[in-house]
Design a protein around this ligand. Structure first.
Ligand SMILES: Cc1cc2nc3c(=O)[nH]c(=O)nc-3n(C[C@H](O)[C@H](O)[C@H](O)COP(=O)(O)OP(=O)(O)OC[C@H]3O[C@@H](n4cnc5c(N)ncnc54)[C@H](O)[C@@H]3O)c2cc1C
Ligand code: FES
Length: 305
């Protein structure tokens, strides 16, 4: 772990701030997918790629618990100081459904930055693999590696990558969200869809090998999406001899390290299995250390409250 790594590991989220913020913009960016923007300087200043915030709708008790949402983008003010946060979310349940109809001015309770985030690691070619809504933590990471933007306080320094590729798969083309943001940041984007309505027809994991094998540079993989897809990516990375990190999506009740609702089975330094809290010791883990939950029935129930 580098000295810049934001994981506090043994402590709770002691850098986290809670703020009540007003929605500035909330727009649809793809089918069932929205981007919300709000000013939240303290969190925006400290947050790094792969970290997340917990969010609740202010003054609403249903759902009572916050929901974890990855930092998508930090928008600076006219002086270049981090000012606003953007979150991109898929409508899947109560909170996201209610969030999607909020107008500018509506209040949200947000606390963060939470989690460890992606540790800055040197690489010449960063290959990012996203499934479903898993692209959300990867735009800022790409911008950081391509030296388009810095994150954290003090800003963390990452050695510039020569190339960043996003392999991005969804059910159908109508779910592809924010592809232009990645392209504008200088990312090469390769797409797959289950129904063939955009890009390669098939699984996103099928895009990885051609990217790696045709690359002029040594590659490293980061991955976020449904767990079976992350498991397949991790397995392929192992076969290709590539370093791979995954950002796990577990249901979280507190986001602060207190309730243990978010544990994942992780191999520790001595090779033994241990349970780690995804919200403070994750969500980013070394892929080879994770025991993936391959079947949906194995996934823990999400909080209903
Ligand atoms: C670190 C992290 C970052 C995340 N970042 C993002 C992001 O950037 N964008 C984003 O869209 N999402 C993100 N998520 C996922 C997001 O937190 C969840 O989708 C969240 O639960 C949505 O809240 P909700 O109230 O709308 O839906 P919920 O009511 O929590 O339901 C969410 C999903 O779970 C299913 N579900 C609910 N209850 C059960 C049950 N008992 N058994 C089985 N399935 C059930 C629902 O059908 C639905 O598909 C992230 C998660 C983590 C851990
Ligand atoms: S969500 Fe409570 S300990 Fe992780």
């Amino acid at each position: 772990m580098t000295e810049h790594h934001h994981c506090t590991c043994t402590s709770y989220a002691d850098r986290a701030r809670q703020e009540t913020v007003a929605v500035e913009e909330n727009v649809q960016v793809a089918r069932d997918t929205y981007r919300v923007r709000f000013a939240c300087e303290q969190i925006a200043e400290g947050i790094v790629p792969g970290q997340f915030v917990m969010m609740r709708l202010a003054g609403v008790n249903d759902p009572l618990l916050g929901r974890p949402l990855a930092m998508y983008n930090v928008v600076p003010d006219e002086n270049g100081r981090p000012q606003q946060l953007e979150i991109v979310y898929r409508v899947v349940g109560k909170m996201t459904r209610r969030l999607s109809v909020l107008e500018p001015g509506a209040l949200l309770e947000v606390w963060g930055p939470l989690g460890n985030g992606f540790p800055p690691t040197e690489t010449e070619h960063l290959v990012m693999v996203a499934g479903g809504i898993g692209q959300t933590p990867l735009l800022s990471l790409a911008k950081e590696y391509l030296h388009r933007q810095t994150y954290g306080s003090p800003p963390r320094q990452v050695r510039q990558a020569k190339k960043v590729t996003l392999c991005y798969g969804t059910g159908g083309g109508e779910y592809l969200a924010c592809v232009e943001d990645f392209q504008r940041a200088g990312v090469e984007v390769r797409i797959s869809t289950d129904d063939g309505s955009a890009g390669h027809r098939g699984l996103v994991t099928e895009l990885i090998r051609p990217v790696v094998e045709s690359s002029d540079h040594p590659c490293r993989i980061v991955c976020c999406g449904p767990e079976p897809m992350m498991a397949a990516t991790a397995q392929l990375a192992g076969k290709l001899g590539l370093h791979c990190q995954v950002s796990l999506e577990r249901s979280m009740a507190c986001g602060l390290g207190i309730c243990f609702s978010c544990v994942a089975k992780i191999r520790d330094e001595s090779g033994r299995w241990d349970y780690r809290r995804t919200c403070v010791e994750g969500p980013v883990f070394e892929a080879e250390d994770v025991e993936f939950q391959q079947h949906f029935s194995q996934l823990k129930q999400r909080p209903k409250v």
